[in-house]
Design a protein around this ligand. Structure first.
Ligand SMILES: NC(=O)C1=CN([C@@H]2O[C@H](COP(=O)(O)OP(=O)(O)OC[C@H]3O[C@@H](n4cnc5c(N)ncnc54)[C@H](O)[C@@H]3O)[C@@H](O)[C@H]2O)C=CC1
Ligand SMILES: O=CC(=O)O
Length: 324
């Protein structure tokens, strides 16, 4: 009998084809998330599950997985999965590191440039027929080149963002739990500083930490108030790393110049007042959304599924799986 693999939401056709050659695939192509009861049912009947970061794979779902060997998340973040419970139940958990950081760094830069130079309102202005000719004060923004970039969480994505700053002659500050090896700091021309210093000195603050108990709401009103009034805050990490209500208030008052968020505290819900602001960009969680990257991610997910079904350790277990 073929092993059963559930794919909880829209997935790559080529990756699905690979799965179907070896497995019986139960595919939810409705575009809507599966309700919890259905996730439990799928866990009970599956050998592996391919999940979205919006699927809450908690102890209840994992507890139903009698023969479940693997939960393979289609993304780098895995805060939607109760990893401790999965380990207890001897269910592997994998994510997709090493393949999406450049694409997500590109999006982070698109947001930095887009918010600092008012690209979206300027485009709207032209489309609406307001443009009557070059004007000295039309859509004045702030420079990005030569400024100070503060990277909070200098992992795969944070480092890819920092590396791009070299081409913009920026000074780079970073903070995280552990200092990078000296050779990496030198290559990025980045200085390790405490969070407070980073917030006070940066013109662009960009968040790249995973959502954990330690990082939940690490940026609140108090931290935003430390930033320069001309600074921008970029979040392509997870919504709950930040207090979005405090951000909306700060943007209304002009505490900082603007913000760009790819992720939201109560995703997909937006925080009240967000859409009325002009100094914010709010794309719908598209950090890794390039054709090529989503394909590579999907194929890495399938590699992990095949590893687990072959009785091997899946190749990209989530960080910390072995206690590191
Ligand atoms: N917007 C999007 O579409 C995407 C968002 N993400 C999010 O970005 C996050 C980061 O991704 P990667 O760079 O691949 O992860 P990573 O694991 O390579 O890097 C995370 C960094 O955060 C640091 N960190 C962890 N806890 C910390 C703490 N308490 N204080 C300070 N620093 C801390 C770590 O030292 C590490 O350097 C993911 O966990 C995910 O939530 C990832 C991919 C795409
Ligand atoms: O948010 C996306 C991810 O890959 O994590």
């Amino acid at each position: 009998m073929k092993p059963v693999v559930t794919v909880t939401n829209i997935f790559s056709e080529t990756a699905l084809e690979r799965l179907r050659q070896r497995c019986h695939v139960v595919y939810n192509d409705s575009g809507a998330s599966l309700p919890v009861a259905e996730l439990k049912q799928r866990a009970a009947e599956s050998d592996a599950m391919v999940t979205y970061l919006s699927d809450r794979i908690d102890s209840e779902v994992l507890g139903a997985g009698n023969k479940l060997k693997l939960v393979a998340n289609y993304g780098a973040g895995f805060n939607n999965i109760d990893v401790a419970r999965a380990r207890q139940n001897q269910i592997w958990v994998t994510n997709t590191p090493g393949v999406l950081h450049e694409t997500t760094a590109d999006l982070t830069w698109a947001l930095m440039l887009g918010i600092a130079r008012a690209i979206v309102p300027a485009d709207r202005y032209t489309r609406e027929g307001h443009f009557t000719g070059w004007q000295a004060k039309l859509f004045l923004g702030h420079d990005v080149y030569g400024k100070t970039l503060g990277v909070i969480g200098c992992g795969e994505i944070g480092r890819a963002v920092a590396r791009r700053a070299l081409g913009f002659d920026m000074k780079v500050l970073y903070c995280q739990r552990n200092r990078l090896p000296e050779e990496q700091e030198q290559r990025l021309n980045a200085a390790f500083v405490p969070l407070e210093q980073l917030l006070r000195e940066s013109d662009f603050v960009t968040l790249h930490v995973p959502l954990t108990e330690e990082t939940r709401y690490m940026i609140r009103a108090e931290q935003i108030a430390m930033m320069k009034p001309t600074a921008y805050l970029i979040n392509t990490a997870r919504g709950k790393v930040m207090d979005d209500r405090a951000l909306v208030e700060a943007l209304k008052k002009g505490t900082i110049a603007g913000a760009a968020l790819d992720v939201f505290e109560n995703e997909p819900e937006l925080t009240e007042g967000m859409t009325e602001l002009n100094n914010i960009l709010i794309p719908p969680h598209i950090g890794s959304a390039s054709h090529a990257t989503r394909e590579v991610m999907a194929n890495l997910v399938v590699d992990n599924v095949f590893d687990a079904l072959d009785g091997a350790t899946p190749r990209t277990l989530v960080p910390g799986w072995n206690g590191g």
